[in-house]
Ligand binder design. Sequence first.
Ligand code: FMN
Length: 155
Amino acid sequence: MKALVIVHSYHHLNTAKVAEAMAKVLAAKVVSTENAADETLAAYDIIGFGAGIDSGRHYAPLIRFAEKLPVVSGKKAFIFSTSAIVGEEKLQSDHAALRTVLLSKGYEILDEFHCRGFNTNSFLKVLGGMNKGRPNDSDLKAAAIFAEALKKRMA
Ligand SMILES: Cc1cc2nc3c(=O)[nH]c(=O)nc-3n(C[C@H](O)[C@H](O)[C@H](O)COP(=O)(O)O)c2cc1C
């Protein structure tokens, strides 16, 4: 199984840490959106798409990248993110924009993951930020367990 993880992460590289934890399990290559070329995606059996959350959706460069992808037929994908606030409803709404694009491109989304990320956006900076230290070891363990489950499904 060939896996690729595409990630856009800049605020504190929180999502990049999650991407690496997943990639280790999946023996995946990790690329940033700037370095991802849509024509090379065809070589992979499963592709992960992840970013931090800004204004209730994945970072715009990742969504724009997905919007430009060619249509595929049932290629396996997964979605992940880090954000200030988490929860099942939050995951559903934060991932909706990217999910809609990927589904419209013909991707089959096997599963979705999110966890907390350190956030010093705006006024939080003067307060020392929120979610200091996140993702932590247990978040990264959860990301690895998520990836193990994907690997089993792909076997
Ligand atoms: C400009 C900006 C906007 C953000 N908007 C949200 C948001 O709408 N909801 C949320 O839960 N977190 C929000 N956050 C927090 C980030 O999603 C969180 O810190 C994330 O872990 C950053 O990921 P990164 O370090 O991989 O870039 C925002 C952060 C920034 C810098």
